[in-house]
Design a protein around this ligand. Structure first.
Ligand SMILES: [Zn+2]
Length: 258
């Protein structure tokens, strides 16, 4: 049986002399690993298609255990991102987190669209790190961890100022419910930014101006939230810590609004 799908390459590993095992995030079937035969030969047409974080159209043949990639057509190489170490690391961070958190063959077309949008943004001169936060929130939502921000997650109350988010409960708490709880304080600006991401309003995100304080606060908030919810299932803590450390390399960050 044959099938085809667009896919972003998460990683590839050597398999035998000329073959490779390629882990893909496909648009139609979610994450899967397939064999690319002869891909390490110089003349293989598949070589360019299986580079990490490029997007290709793949054609598969269903195998007994692993499927076989029979053909591929490169759609986006994201060359600009590969020429910049900081952007390359961001792409690697997204691939790593997808690899660690997605289960095999669970289709997530909404997350696929969001990922491609962020990869496109990373290739633009005006890229802003807030798009990485957007990816993190879209991932959390698709995994079933949407942050609750419109009412108190415990009592349903709507008197939420000052904004106190309980990571363990997965939502904002009113002042009464927040007593004695470990909470993460969020500013109104940070909360508005998180709301735009949850609502998937990326056109509005393109126009919004984000202060440095809100950018850093949302980054720290999502780091805690990702670690709390994904660590229990996927042991992501070390991966996130390692990649964040690499991302803190003293490299000039791209400037520009988002
Ligand atoms: Zn409450």
């Amino acid at each position: 049986m044959y099938y085809s799908s667009r896919a972003v390459v998460i990683k590839n590993r050597d398999l035998k002399e000329t073959d490779a095992l390629v882990t893909l995030f496909t648009e139609k079937q979610g994450k899967l690993t397939a064999v690319a035969r002869g891909v390490k030969r110089a003349q293989s047409s598949l070589r360019a298609c299986v580079q990490p974080f490029c997007q290709s159209q793949f054609y598969f043949h269903k195998g007994k255990s692993l499927d076989l990639i029979t053909q591929g057509k490169l759609l986006s190489f994201y060359g600009n991102s590969r020429q910049d170490l900081q952007r390359t690391l961001w792409c690697m961070y997204m691939m790593e987190i997808l690899d660690k958190s997605l289960l095999d063959r669970v289709p997530m077309p909404d997350l696929y669209t969001s990922l491609c949008h962020v990869l496109d943004k990373l290739s633009e001169d005006t890229f802003h790190p807030v798009w990485i936060r957007y990816f993190e929130i879209r991932l959390l939502i698709n995994l079933g961890y949407q942050p609750i921000i419109d009412q108190c997650v415990k009592c349903g109350g709507t008197q939420l100022r000052p904004y106190q988010f309980c990571v363990a409960e997965g939502g904002l708490l009113c002042s009464q419910c927040a007593r004695g709880q470990k909470v993460f304080a969020l500013s109104g600006e940070s909360l508005a930014l998180i709301r735009l991401m949850i609502q998937n309003r990326y056109k509005a995100l393109e126009r919004v101006t984000v202060s440095r304080e809100a950018e850093k606060q949302v980054e720290r908030f999502l780091e805690q939230y990702l670690q709390y919810h994904l660590e229990r299932r996927f042991h992501l803590k070390d991966t996130i810590a390692l990649l964040k450390k690499r991302l803190d390399l003293p490299i000039d960050k791209p400037s520009g609004g988002c």
